[in-house]
Ligand binder design. Structure first.
Ligand code: GTQ
Ligand code: FE2
Length: 366
């Protein structure tokens, strides 16, 4: 929007003649599809991030029953491809995005249902809050999905899901759909109509190759599409409880007192498990209050277990198992753990780091 003070030709111009010249200059800018910076600066170059997205909360007790109703009424198959229901930030108009860069959705597969094969340049993961019985086949490798597991679908990998039980199952998808859309980098391809496999192994080929801590397979060739694709709860849980155990024994290994955290990484490189999405798991002891922080970029959290109060800018919310919330860029954020508190987090930080735009401000304890 032109700044009034700068386009108020009558008051800034020293003469009626000059006012007329300015008026015609601005009219000619307009017809030549040009915009002067001096009428736009505050919107284009604010003093600090001014996210359109707002802090938002979605309750599992709302999400799951709605997904269940969709399961009864809406078929899954070619076309729509997935019965995924996106968490929409109420302040991002007309777009089904949790934040300006991140897609978060609940996906639901009824008994014996199948979601057919496709691939896209968007990066994806699944995180499981409850249930089991679905296998996600990534490039033909069947990967079991169970509570607490993180399953990866890197960019341009074929993937399909099938429920091999008589029970429905729901989980959370995270993707970089908004980022890829904004970057005009989206490609999509359908795979075969038939499932590549109905196998239901406890352990995928991927985990057989990559799922051994600190052991990189020498024979895995460079063209291997990706490294570890499944991060199992048993490992995440133990990593966190042992951090807290070490802390009790006097070793300062946690993020801050009473707050253990792990990042899911590529075992071959140590980099983020996915190129565009950071994935982490946090565990707070009962009574822990995190330091208030602000970070450039946005994140989405899902409570895995326990109860806490989160402060997101001016908003305070009690959150419990399965609830999700979105933290927009540069919004002051604190968690207070009412009970022992476990939460999964994903964010767009790797993108900001790659571009030299990452910034975090940790406020001192008061
Ligand atoms: O499971 O392949 O939530 O392609 C959005 C897009 C899930 C999926 C989503 C997808 C998928
Ligand atoms: Fe997909």
């Amino acid at each position: 929007m032109p700044n009034e003070a700068q386009t108020d030709f009558e008051t800034t111009a020293s003469s009626e003649k000059e006012a007329q010249l300015l008026r015609s200059l601005y009219a000619d800018f307009e017809s030549a599809s040009l915009t002067p910076l001096w009428t736009q600066r505050e919107g284009l170059m604010p003093m600090r991030p001014e996210p359109a997205a707002v802090p938002a909360v979605w309750r599992w007790s709302t999400l799951y029953p709605l997904a269940q109703r969709a399961g009864e009424l809406v078929p899954v198959g070619r076309g729509g491809e997935r019965r995924a229901i996106a968490l929409r930030n109420p302040a991002i108009p007309d777009e089904p995005y949790a934040t300006p860069t991140l897609w978060a959705a609940i996906q639901y597969l009824g008994p014996w249902e199948e979601a057919p094969s496709h691939r896209h340049t968007q990066t994806a993961f699944r995180f499981v809050i409850e249930g089991e019985g679905v296998w996600t086949n990534v490039e033909g490798d069947a990967i079991a999905m169970c509570r607490g597991d993180l399953l990866l679908t890197p960019s341009w990998h074929f993937h399909e899901h099938h429920n091999s039980t008589g029970q429905p199952m729901a989980w959370i998808d995270g993707l970089d759909i908004p980022l890829v859309k904004q970057l005009d980098a989206g490609f999509f391809e359908f795979g075969p109509d038939e499932m590549s496999t109905h196998a239901t192994p406890a352990r995928s080929r991927n985990e057989m190759l990559w799922g051994h801590p600190g052991l990189t397979p020498i024979g895995a060739r460079a063209e291997t599409r990706s490294t570890l694709a499944a991060y199992r709860w048993i490992h995440t849980d133990r990593a966190l409880s042992e951090q807290l155990e070490l802390e009790l024994a006097g070793h300062p290994v946690t993020v801050e007192p009473g707050h253990a955290a792990v990042r899911y990484t590529d075992p071959a490189s140590g980099a983020d498990a996915l190129r565009t999405i950071r994935t982490e798991f946090h565990r707070l002891r009962a009574g822990t209050v995190t330091r208030t922080s602000r970070t450039v970029g946005s994140s989405v959290w899902q409570v895995f277990d326990g109860e806490g109060t989160v402060t997101l800018g001016d908003r305070r919310e009690v959150v419990t198992r399965g609830d999700l919330f979105a933290v927009p860029s540069w919004v002051p954020f604190t968690i207070e753990a009412t009970s022992s508190f476990d939460a999964f987090r994903f964010s767009d930080e790797p993108v900001y780091e790659a571009l030299g735009l990452a910034r975090t401000d940790l406020q001192p304890r008061t």
